[in-house]
Design a protein around this ligand. Structure first.
Ligand code: UDP
Length: 303
């Protein structure tokens, strides 16, 4: 998104506490005069950087493995950080966009998921730190819009993948690619019949950029409706990489949603947006990236 904003001619200030983000992802912007970066936790005090036209609040742990390990930080980011960023937008009379999530639908009983579906979320289960803090963040965003007139947008992002993901963040795309490229067993959780729909990052960024410029105040799904089971996904990656890795089954995490696919009718109508990059093509670019990360990682030697 920083690359896209800079390409569109904007000046950008980036904030990240690097709890899961990686500084290597912005290293190429080090000498970019229109880009400024501050290592900072947005749940706390935020330095004054002057006047903003827009505030994009993307902060959160997003991988289930990460938010299960840091539930309190996840809750704080959805709540306190969202309040902090809304306050900055309000003080600047700036636009505000929050990246919410398909997890607002929980383990959905409606399929595919439209924005009008209220969801099926376990409020006290292990995933609730993420699901409920994002649902609260949406409610807070609507509150600041209704009471204080902040020009808000809410994106409900479905599974996204592409270069610059962290290799070991536990999510299924880096996990399967890492395992396939190293020739290690590919870990399908449960029987692998659960489904997901994967959107390439460049498509997602385009949807977010369009949403930021729109006057749509209610949530908009952004994702790729091409749905597949995790077993099919593992087999696709086997074929694509030509790996000899075999599929092994591991325990399904608690409350793992069984089906997930966005209905993107609203994004098409309101933003004129739909994903363009087919899974095969996006995965090929992602393989090149992960292979370069693996090649640059020193191999631990015994003794
Ligand atoms: N998954 C899997 N093997 C892995 C990691 C994940 O089978 O090594 C499954 C997981 O159970 C879920 C799907 O892949 O059904 C997507 O998981 P991910 O953690 O990427 O994100 P989620 O969609 O659950 O937020």
């Amino acid at each position: 998104m920083c690359d896209r904003l800079l390409a569109e001619g904007h000046e950008v200030v980036g904030l990240d506490n690097f709890q899961t983000g990686q500084s290597r992802n912005i290293a190429h912007l080090a000498n970019e005069p229109k880009f400024q970066f501050e290592e900072c936790d947005v749940t706390g005090a935020i330095p004054d950087f002057g006047k903003f036209d827009g505030v994009l609040h993307y902060a959160s742990l997003a991988s289930p493995r990460d938010y299960l390990a840091f539930p309190l930080e996840t809750l704080e980011t959805g709540s306190t950080a969202t309040r902090n960023m809304l306050a900055i937008a309000h003080a600047n009379d700036a636009r505000f966009l929050i990246t919410s999530t398909s997890e607002c639908y929980g383990d959905p009983l409606e399929h595919p998921q439209r924005e009008t579906y209220w969801g099926n979320v376990n409020p006290v289960g292990p995933r609730s730190c993420y699901d409920e803090s994002k649902r609260y963040a949406e409610a807070l965003t609507m509150g600041w819009h209704r009471v204080k007139g902040v020009r808000t947008n809410i994106a409900r992002i479905f599974n996204t993948y592409g270069p610059r993901m962290a290799l070991h963040d536990g999510r299924v795309v880096p996990a399967f690619l890492d395992q396939a490229l190293r020739g290690e067993p590919m870990t399908v959780f449960g029987d692998g019949t659960q489904t997901r729909s994967f959107c390439y990052v460049r498509d997602l960024v385009d949807g977010l950029y369009r949403l930021m410029l729109s006057d749509e105040r209610y949530p908009v799904n952004l994702g790729n409706p091409a749905e597949l089971t995790m077993l099919e996904f593992a087999e696709r990656i086997q074929r694509l990489t030509g790996t000899k890795s075999q599929i092994v089954h591991k325990a399904l995490p608690e409350d793992d949603p069984k089906r997930r696919r966005p209905d993107i009718t609203k994004a098409k109508e309101v933003l004129g947006w739909e994903p363009k990059v087919p899974l095969e093509e996006g995965l090929r670019e992602t393989v090149v990236y992960f292979q370069s990360v693996i090649d640059a990682t020193p191999v631990a030697t015994a003794g």
